[in-house]
Design a protein around this ligand. Structure first.
Ligand code: ADP
Ligand code: MG
Length: 228
């Protein structure tokens, strides 16, 4: 009985999400349509054209983000389960975020070793990108992003720590709630929900420590796969 209750609660969340995803995706699509229509106009300057194209691309990325987050929430392990080197996955995720990190002048302090975990590559990367991106976004003008791995008796510990805005107790309590965002139009409020769901699906644990104006630390524990 307990299990069934859990399942129907989850279905409720999923169907609520399905309804709002279509709503959420409509906004960026409407924006893209508007800008493409503007591009049809004659005698636009090169700068205007570029600007409209850039906004359109951003909005398409946003729509893609929302859909991807929803898919991962509904079906977190759709791909192949493999043994993954956490160091490589962190490097790939960071590569994706380099432009954003550079734009915010974020210094990256990485102390990561070869550790192996079991999971689906795209999914793990999505999780890491969501967490790292939040940290970088919390440091809009300079800051330090520290990424560390170490072995603990209960598995791998991966810490992702920023010295940015931090969160109030209320914000921290709402972290992971669908659509909770403090970023207005720039945020989807889906990133943490998905990241938490993925860590859970890998039998891991996430602990978050945060203080306003001091920063945020994500401590992730994941079961280790011992290398031969
Ligand atoms: P989004 O990034 O689209 O707002 P998320 O689910 O990724 O959605 O994050 C939800 C909210 O949690 C953010 O809007 C922000 O207020 C807060 N948050 C998450 N990570 C951090 C962080 N590293 N530092 C400060 N606040 C954070
Ligand atoms: Mg986010």
């Amino acid at each position: 009985i307990h299990k069934q209750v859990m399942k129907s609660e989850k279905m409720e969340v999923v169907s609520h999400l399905a309804a709002s995803v279509s709503h959420e995706v409509r906004n960026p699509l409407t924006a893209v349509r508007g800008f493409l229509q503007l591009l049809l106009r004659k005698n636009l300057s090169e700068e205007q054209k570029e600007e409209y194209l850039r906004i359109s691309l951003d909005e398409i990325d946003r729509a893609n983000d929302i859909i991807q987050s929803y898919l991962l929430f509904a079906k977190p392990t759709a791909g192949k389960i493999e043994i993954l080197n956490i160091k490589e996955e962190i490097d790939r995720s960071l590569q994706l975020l380099m432009p954003l990190a550079n734009m915010n002048s974020v210094e990256i302090d990485k102390r990561v070793d070869d550790y192996f975990v079991k999971g689906e590559e795209k999914t793990l990367q999505h999780c890491l990108v969501n967490l790292l991106k939040n940290c970088i976004e919390a440091m809009p003008t300079r800051g330090k992003l520290r990424i560390e791995t170490f072995r603990q008796p209960d598995g791998l510990r991966l810490s992702i720590v920023d010295n940015g805005k931090g969160m109030t107790e209320e914000q921290l309590a709402r972290l992971g709630e669908p659509y909770f965002t403090t970023k207005g139009d720039q945020g989807t409020g889906l990133g943490m929900m998905v990241a938490m769901k993925i860590i859970d699906s890998m039998n891991g644990e996430l602990r978050v420590v945060s203080k306003p104006d001091e920063g945020t630390a994500f401590h992730i524990r994941l079961p280790l796969v011992e290398a031969d």
